[in-house]
Design a protein. Structure first.
Lengths: 424, 424
């Protein structure tokens, strides 16, 4: 598929992608847009011009400052809008003239990406962080407790998608800086209160919920994908010293709740169809409510983490969304099994997506063996020297990017970045 | 203080209380009200009539279907409205005539409690459950792990208010029935998937946040009370078998997220002034950010739990809000220490408020020693036989009530009740 809008070969935003975001410009309030090449298509403008004729589409949902109302309309509406947008933007369709040949509308509806500010795309009711990364779990079990295995520390790990409730209020959009958190933790056997000394990132993949469910009405695993609006990259920033001290009984709290960063563009479920793979360790025996007919229920998408420091960029890790032992559909089926309601805008993440080797470690806890073995990060500019990190330093910038390539075009996620400011 | 509205000696809702709620009638949509005696005062009607002249009060906040916008106005506004309401309702003030002697307005603004339906009073952004109950923690440590103590299982217990993030979407208002949840758990060493067999309640006390804070800007412990809008009773329903199996690493998830019930009336902070007491185990050494100048930072409020079954009512437990080792101000200071934002409508709970003896156990896990020693519950009607429970059965109704008595009038919370329906 080619578009009449120029899409570079390296662009994240081909016609196969068409991710949703909330953007503003110097002259406009936050509104719904779709990325294509180096542009954002202003869906509020298109809606006002009566461009959409999609059954079930309530046009006012495209005039909101978040995507919640639109996401709640459900899969069929999103699919219809996607097809309509592809027809408007594809070179060789009869519909292309509607926008391409209408200079007034084009100038109004197409905004250069360079001119926009991105916002948190959804109002997040609840944020859930799962723990379904195979290598992350196995490696961390050994690090958290000497001789520990994931089977002894978490006997349910292979039998159900383990999760904890995250903090919704501290989820921010990419490029929002964050302060190193203060907290309590032991140092050399003595309890101290002050700035975190073991600040870490976590490479994660997350979905936003579209249509929800009612209290007491579980979602079947085989229709669970219909409840997914789309996907983002996520950095689950972690204060390891605070986390390890507080989380012996009740799970992570202040060790995580100081900031969680998501990428601004929500990539639709349909855009990821070409990249389906089976989750790890499948098939295996599971209870009926987790038995998903679709075997290729995970995705093969490489995610790269880089460090920005000293005005250089360094390679940190290469992870992949396929390093999971449960699919999003299984996570949703488990999440709602007891009747918990999901709502449009809920954020559901995988946990850290480490691969098998050190260069695939999705967090420094793993990569530096709990901070005991600093990791050498290679500068992208070969003339620059490398850097070593045990944990993150003030002014470090961690950026995740991800791009999946198919014959139908690239599907990328933009970037998920955050700069660390000193403790307040 | 006496009101010209009759307030029975046993009423929860004296002039000293004036709790906020969201109510509707057959003829009106959900709106803000204040309980007094056997009536609800319709604040939307009063606001429309121009009755309020309180600096900083944005009248449209009293026309919303939740209390979020009003709560966000902050302590001074709430204090001003409370004083104005007391003047309108007190027998001997010059302002009493405004409502008392205006039959048209009185008939419009005073709605009998019997005629209203109560709704969840706030839209809850995030719900946090702390674990600061002294006796609950000590007893459960021994039950969860043979020979376990709270010091070994949770070394930070006395040094910081331990907490986990709860699930906001499954918080419901009193009288909402709940289904017994399905889940995975081991039975006799074999993993099963099906209805929970160890369904429990937890007696808790909770506050709703009024004014919030920004990301990265902690709240000082000595101004933290200014961020509390008011208090409710809370039942943190728990599926012990699901919880024990899932929560070894990441804390409670499906074991709690199927339902959490709150009482409908938010009792203002000011109403509880006469009931201040110091938390347990104080003073003790704590880091600066937890050093609260106000020593009487907890409350002495008895909470009673009863069981409704076989058309009888049985006494289950007598707890007290004073069984905590940290105050709400300390919880808020700790919660925001790393920069986590609180928002108006956030729900913050204490954890289970068990007292020292078996009749004070705030959950069946404690009262029946993990279900091994069923507890005999005494019928309120002495002619009826007693019942025994290891854990809760279908059709059981658990109700919490609480009333604190002072010379200025009773402060009660209405009831926090839920009936258990069978698993779906």
């Amino acid at each position: 598929m080619a578009s009449w809008i120029p899409v570079e070969a390296i662009s994240d935003f081909s016609l196969q992608n068409l991710p949703y975001g909330i953007f503003s410009t110097a002259n406009s309030d936050p509104r719904v847009g779709v990325a294509i090449g180096e542009y954002v298509l202003d869906l509020k403008v298109l809606a006002t011009e009566g461009i959409f004729e999609v059954p079930g589409l309530e046009i006012q949902t495209l005039r909101q400052p978040t995507l919640n109302a639109y996401a709640a309309l459900g899969k069929n509406v999103h699919s219809g809008v996607r097809q309509r947008l592809q027809k408007l933007l594809e070179s060789d369709t009869q519909s292309a003239h509607v926008l391409r040949d209408n200079q007034r509308l084009r100038e109004k509806a197409l905004v250069p990406l360079n001119n926009v500010q991105m916002h948190l795309p959804m109002s997040i009711g609840d944020y859930t962080d799962f723990f379904v990364g195979l290598h992350h779990a196995v490696t961390c079990a050994g690090l958290v407790k000497p001789g520990g295995t994931i089977e002894t520390l978490c006997p349910c790990f292979y039998n159900l998608p383990v999760a904890y409730n995250g903090r919704a209020s501290s989820v921010v959009v990419s490029d929002t800086p964050l302060h190193r958190p203060n907290g309590q933790f032991p140092v050399d056997g003595k309890l101290v209160s002050g700035p975190c000394r073991k600040l870490d990132f976590e490479v994660e993949f997350a979905c936003f919920v579209g249509r929800g469910n009612e209290l007491g009405e579980p979602i079947d695993v085989n229709s669970a994908e219909d409840h997914i609006f789309g996907f983002v990259l996520m950095n689950d920033w972690s204060a390891r010293d605070i986390q390890m001290y507080e989380a012996t009984l009740m799970g992570p709290f202040n060790g995580k709740s100081f900031c969680t960063t998501v990428s601004p563009w929500i990539v639709p479920l349909e855009a990821l169809e070409p990249f389906r793979v089976a989750p790890k360790e499948t098939p295996r025996e599971l209870p009926d409510y987790l038995m998903q007919k679709q075997e290729k229920s995970a995705y093969n998408i490489p995610i790269r983490a880089t460090l920005g420091a000293n005005n250089q960029r360094y390679r940190v890790a290469d992870c992949n969304t396929n390093n999971v032992i449960f699919s999003f559909a299984q996570m949703i089926a488990h999440h709602t099994r007891g009747g918990c309601p999901l709502r449009a805008g809920d954020l559901i993440a995988t946990g850290t997506l480490s691969g098998p080797n050190r260069e695939n470690a999705g967090c420094l806890l793993e990569q530096t063996r709990g901070g005991t073995d600093p990791y050498e990060m290679i500068a992208e500019d070969s003339a620059a020297g490398n850097v070593r990190r045990a944990y993150l330093e003030d002014n470090d910038i961690i950026t995740f990017t991800a791009q999946a390539m198919s014959s139908r075009g690239n599907v990328g996620f933009g970037s998920c970045a955050g700069k660390i400011l000193s403790a307040p």
